[in-house]
Structures are given as structure tokens and as C-alpha cells.
Design a binder for this molecule. Structure first.
Ligand code: ADP
Length: 292
């Protein structure tokens, strides 16, 4: 098969691993920068022009679209869909999952546990907002944040007020969330491929840090998920129609609480932590499901 990885950087760990595993299985692997594609739209003949050629020979794509290139990146994925090319994750699903609020609304309706969360239109009634999630301490998160940036733990009402005022003043939307202290600075990342959990790690923030992001100096260890955690990961993948995704959860006294579903999960932490060949799982998933 001709498999294209849509990625801005061929040297990223995940991109390299997918290229290697695809080649090992006999596929022609190519990394294409989605932002350098031209989309040509005309009646019944959608095409894509890249550098000096038309991408009319592609059998399947693996989108690895970063948050900053969602708009055009997803337009490229959609153009491939219009050309009947199989994609490991659809443009609609990526766009839906990028909207934290929308995803939360759908996931909570589907019965998935999550930290109690309030989202307001820049409400000034901070006291009420905090009361809705059960009082301080609270977590305040920028809607557009990644890698733990823009996630604040406010221990007191005063602190919460200042942070919300600052975010409001910048016209940056934020949500207020119950602080799950039982998680003790750790979270779980489950990697789902073809709707099944293929590996999971527990990430622990460095001492004194409530955020467990590996980018923030957290460490990872392999973990065997219990029944409830497996269920949440698989259900989240199904509800958001993301057959390949990373599902982040907190462990709490009332069971797993979903934090985020990532449509472009990094492979480094999970492959290194579990010793599992997740890149190969993604390639074989494509082999099983490609459009015939
Ligand atoms: P990002 O998408 O920027 O990584 P997250 O929502 O995943 O932001 O939050 C970053 C980290 O902060 C999580 O991995 C977790 O360790 C911690 N965290 C986030 N929300 C909560 C919460 N409600 N209670 C306790 N810890 C949290």
C-alpha cells in the first residue's frame, strides 16, 4: 500500500516509528506536510497537489495534525476522504475532539465519569462557579491548552478569582473543574487502536507538581487497567468516533474520571513505557480496514 503520514515533521518519534513499521510490513511510506498541500476542488474530481505532483496514488493516510494546524490540516484529511482514501481517523472526528467542551458534553451524556466541570460565558460570579464544583481547591483550564500549559490549581477562592479574571481579561475561555486530590499528581494514558486498548501507562508528576505531563518532568510506568478503566477508554473512543486515540483518565475514589481524548496521541511515552509495538498495531489496523 501507499501510506501517507500527514505530519509537519518527519523527525518526530511517532512519525519515524510509523514509517519504520510500515516499511517493515512492505508498504511505501511517505511523510507529507499537510500545510504544503494545495486542494483542488472541481465537480466530482477532488485532487491534491503537493510539491510537484498530484497525490492520486495514495491508499491510506495517518493524520498527525497538530493543534495549531487543525483548520487546514483537517481540510487536507477531508480532501483525501473525498478521494475515497482510507484514513485512520476522520476529519470530522479530529475537529470534534479538538473542542474540549463539545467532547465533554457528548462523553458525559454517554455515561462516562469525569471530574465535575463548569463552563461559563466569562461569568463574574466566581463564588457560584466554585460552589458548582464543590468548593476550592479547583482546577482552572484554558480551553485551548496542551501539555499541561494553562492548567492551574487554585487553592483558595481568591486565587481562583484572580486566575479567572486574568483569563477573562485576555478573552481566553477557561473551564473550572473539581480538583481530584486522590489522583495524587498521577494520571493514566490508555492507547486505543481499532477500538481496543493496546497499552497503558501511569504518569506521575514530579514531586510537588499536580500535573503529570511527561513534558513537565513527569515519569511513566506500565500499568494494567482494571475493567472500569478499560471500559471508559473504549467507550470514549467509540463515542468520539476515534478508532485510534489516546485517552487520559484520573484514578479517583469513585472510579476512573476522563480528562481528555487525544486524536493524535504521541507514541514515545507509551511505547517506551510498555515495550509494546503500538506503531505496528496502527499499521495492521489500516491493513484490516482500508477501503477496498
Ligand atoms: P493538557 O491537555 O494540557 O495536558 P490536562 O487536562 O491533561 O491538560 O491536565 C494536565 C495534568 O494536570 C493532567 O495530566 C493531570 O495530571 C492534572 N489534572 C488535570 N485536571 C485535573 C483535575 N481535575 N484534578 C487533578 N489533577 C488534574
Amino acid at each position: 500500500m501507499n501510506i501517507v503520514i500527514l505530519s509537519r515533521n518527519p523527525n518526530l518519534f511517532s512519525t519515524e516509528r510509523l514509517v519504520n513499521e510500515g516499511e517493515k510490513r512492505g508498504h511505501d511510506m511517505e511523510v507529507i506536510d499537510p500545510l504544503k498541500c494545495d486542494l483542488i476542488i472541481e465537480k466530482e474530481k477532488p485532487t491534491i497537489y503537493y510539491k510537484d505532483r498530484y497525490l492520486d496514488y495514495v491508499d491510506a493516510i495517518i493524520p498527525r495534525i497538530g493543534a495549531s494546524s487543525t483548520f487546514f490540516g483537517c481540510a487536507v484529511v477531508r480532501q483525501f476522504e473525498m478521494m475515497n482514501v482510507f484514513t485512520s481517523v476522520t476529519s470530522d472526528a479530529i475537529i470534534r475532539s479538538r473542542d474540549k467542551l463539545r467532547s465533554f458534553q457528548r462523553l458525559s451524556k454517554a455515561g462516562i465519569g469525569m471530574p465535575k466541570t463548569v463552563f461559563t460565558n466569562y461569568s463574574r460570579d466566581v463564588e457560584k462557579v466554585i460552589a458548582h464544583v464543590g468548593g476550592t481547591p479547583v482546577i482552572i483550564k484554558l480551553l485551548e491548552g496542551t501539555q499541561g500549559l494553562g492548567v492551574v490549581l487554585a487553592e483558595t477562592k481568591n486565587a481562583a478569582e484572580s486566575v479567572l479574571e486574568a483569563f477573562n481579561g485576555l478573552q481566553a475561555r477557561a473551564l473550572v473543574q473539581e480538583y481530584v486530590s486522590e489522583a495524587k499528581g498521577a494520571d493514566i494514558r490508555a492507547l486505543v487502536v481499532d477500538g481496543q486498548v493496546v497499552g497503558a501507562i501511569k504518569r506521575q508528576g514530579k514531586k510537588g507538581e499536580f500535573r503529570s505531563n511527561l513534558h513537565r518532568g513527569g515519569t511513566a510506568e506500565v500499568i494494567k487497567l482494571n475493567e472500569a478503566e478499560l471500559k471508559v477508554a473504549m467507550k470514549a473512543s467509540r463515542v468520539l468516533k476515534l478508532p485510534v486515540c489516546g485517552v487520559d483518565m484520573l484514578q479517583s475514589a469513585r472510579g476512573p474520571l476522563l480528562l481528555e481524548v487525544n486524536s493524535t496521541p504521541g507514541l514515545e511515552g507509551i511505547e517506551t513505557g510498555t515495550g509494546k509495538n503500538i506503531a505496528k498495531s496502527i499499521i495492521t489496523y489500516i491493513e484490516r480496514n482500508r477501503n477496498s
